[in-house]
Design a protein around this ligand. Structure first.
Ligand code: ADP
Ligand code: ADP
Length: 233
């Protein structure tokens, strides 16, 4: 069964007398445990696709199912709740809370979902250990390197055991060695069963995924299966 399914999804923006079809009939199945990259030129609909899959935005037409739930049928409050349960976000700019330690940052999504204090601590500790930051849990973001910050963000994205992790240019701010470390971490997480959808401009980054969805003008132009995946390290 699928982590996420899109059925003929359209997203239309009206700008004065102009109509922009940001997504123009996108159908896509993202299997549980799969690793997908999305590529496409600027304006092709990548952000809109991520926002729709991430339940930050609703389509104008079509159906989006996350973990079997049709999110287009939910109220805003229900969609926010589902997002907290089922979507993990990783951003180019990390988006960590600067005044909070690594562990507190990882605990935050669990706090929103009402997880108790001791369980939060235990899970945050486990997650930070699993991303190689067991010895940095009490550091604040400005005491961590860029790669370490992104590891915290990835641990945070996994906090509520989401159906899918959405990563928007996750290595865009990192040097090439650190990029390789983070890509290796995504591979490990995927091998452990996590579902990953990443947007990238870089072909070499996209080739770490199992398949690349090529968007053009709001449509899927091609789904490319990567036979020989590029392995980081
Ligand atoms: P990408 O991420 O691939 O650059 P986007 O999803 O951001 O593409 O945008 C797809 C198209 O939709 C573009 O033509 C963009 O200008 C338009 N668009 C995106 N968001 C909005 C918005 N909030 N209002 C109007 N047009 C938008
Ligand atoms: P890496 O190569 O692991 O990405 P760096 O070489 O930048 O990281 O940093 C090496 C070590 O120095 C890291 O373990 C990190 O915790 C620490 N460090 C990096 N930046 C800072 C900072 N601004 N303040 C305190 N410690 C830092």
């Amino acid at each position: 069964d699928a982590a996420v399914e899109l059925h003929d999804v359209r997203k239309t923006y009206r700008m004065g007398d102009q109509t922009v079809h940001a997504l123009d009939g996108v159908s896509l199945t993202i299997g549980r445990g799969s690793y997908t990259a999305v590529m496409g030129p600027s304006g092709s609909g990548k952000s809109t696709l991520m926002n729709v899959v991430g339940c930050l935005d609703t389509p104008t037409e079509g159906v989006v199912e996350v973990d079997g739930v049709d999110v287009t049928e939910l109220s805003d409050a229900e969609r926010t709740g589902l997002r907290g349960d089922e979507i993990g976000f990783v951003f180019q700019t990390f988006n960590l809370m600067p005044q909070q330690t690594a562990r507190e940052n990882v605990e935050l999504p669990m706090t929103f979902q009402g997880v108790g204090r001791s369980e939060r601590r235990e899970r945050a500790t486990e997650l930070l250990e699993s991303v190689g930051l067991g010895d940095r849990m009490d550091h604040k973001p400005n005491e961590l390197s860029g790669g370490q910050r992104q590891r915290v963000a990835i641990a945070r994205a996994l906090a509520n055991d989401p159906a899918i992790v959405l990563a928007d240019e996750p290595t865009g701010n990192l040097d090439s060695d650190t990029e390789a470390d983070i890509l290796a971490l995504f591979e490990e997480l995927n091998a452990a069963g996590n579902t990953i959808l990443t947007v990238t401009h870089e072909r070499l980054v996209a080739e770490h995924a199992e398949r690349i969805v090529h968007l053009f003008d709001g449509e899927i132009e091609e789904i490319e299966e990567i036979a020989e995946r590029r392995i980081a390290g």
